[in-house]
Design a protein around this ligand. Sequence first.
Ligand SMILES: Nc1ncnc2c1ncn2[C@@H]1O[C@H](COP(=O)(O)OP(=O)(O)OP(=O)(O)O)[C@@H](O)[C@H]1O
Ligand SMILES: O=C(O)[C@H](O)COP(=O)(O)O
Length: 413
Amino acid sequence: MTTTTPTPTSTFRTIDDLESGQQLLVRLDLNAPVEDGEVQDNRRFARHAETVAELLADDHAVALLAHQGRPGRDTFVSLEGHADILADHLGGEVAFVDDTFGEDALEAIDDLESGEVLLLENTRMCDEELPEEDPDVKADTEFVRTLAPEFDAYVNDAYSAAHRSHASLVGFPRVMDAYAGRVMEAEYTANSAIQEREFDGPVTMVLGGTKAEDLIPVIEEVDDTVDRFCLGGIVGELFLRADGYDVGYDVEGTEFFDHQWDDHQETIERVLEEYGDRLHLASDLAYDADGERAEHAVQDIEKETSYLDVGSETADEYADLVAESEAVFVKGALGVFEDERFADGTVEVLSAIADTDCFSVIGGGDTSRAIPMYDLEETDFSHVSVAGGAYVRALTGEGLVGVEVLEAAADSE
Ligand SMILES: Nc1ncnc2c1ncn2[C@@H]1O[C@H](COP(=O)(O)OP(=O)(O)OP(=O)(O)O)[C@@H](O)[C@H]1O
Ligand SMILES: O=C(O)[C@H](O)COP(=O)(O)O
């Protein structure tokens, strides 16, 4: 059940301020999981499709920029498959060109007509996109200088990438009329409003997923507003390791634990010491035993086993804590929910949140996928954010550079 609608607080211009029939450069965040080389649909496609559909209905010609993965990772692939998924959501054609700002891209942009959509190749395949630099430096790249004159205006809909100072996110608003798309507007409004809210009862934060380094600072920074943290996923196992259990080590070729432990051991131990009474760690964990889900109490953990979900005792405890909360914030999944055998922790806790009247926000590009996957209703949560890193930064009150440049562009009008 949903409770509250947050108050809008944005100061950028939105697509409501655009004149119709323009040539637009639109930045989306279509970063998605890739399985066996195939990109998978996530909540971002459906959300961005609504922005694109609205722009097409207003007779704009729309060229799209987006990124996928990071160089060197197996998720760093072409956007060709993304064009097909987006087209399915739009119910119309999305042309694709395997070039971002070279001759082929410019030719395709020239041919683009009102009511048509063109997706350009992965922005992270351009050398100038990635190093995080000042927006003015990004505005002076060949990437931005080549594309900007081709368009009447720039629209940024990629809230979930707005914490990155990359050329396609911060360069264009420095040199063009710049507007926020619907996803940017909705996410910004909801996530900013969270910081201003006060709650009468307990506030619970459920932290899981793979990116421990994104979450550790959150625990310290939301210290005043959150009464208890329920930990699972990789981050939960790292805290169990700090608590003296033989878990949270890379086994069977995984690369989740050791580098994050090496980089953050001191902070994890300090946070455990300082906030221990408010940190709930798993009391049992689930693993794959010859193809079947099996569970161990944490006392029986084996260092060589790969743990893939919190156990049922932990899931029950977390569900009870959620049920008596006034507000619940989720970032990251409690287990590998993509595999049904290890979805129990994530699904039990999400279902408990959906069953209460509390204010609830579910965050994470991957984590939010669990909602449709397990037939939960998005409307049972106050807000489902398709952002991960940007959402946790918003929770801690940190600014987002991609939003700041949109605000600056509006101010300079
Ligand atoms: N024990 C575990 N072992 C391996 N993967 C896990 C485990 N627990 C959770 N996960 C994975 O965590 C992922 C979700 O968290 P992750 O931090 O990657 O992304 P997110 O929360 O969607 O945010 P972002 O948008 O920042 O990527 C899921 O895909 C899930 O499979
Ligand atoms: O998926 C995300 O969280 C955003 O697209 C940002 O991706 P990044 O963490 O690879 O910069």
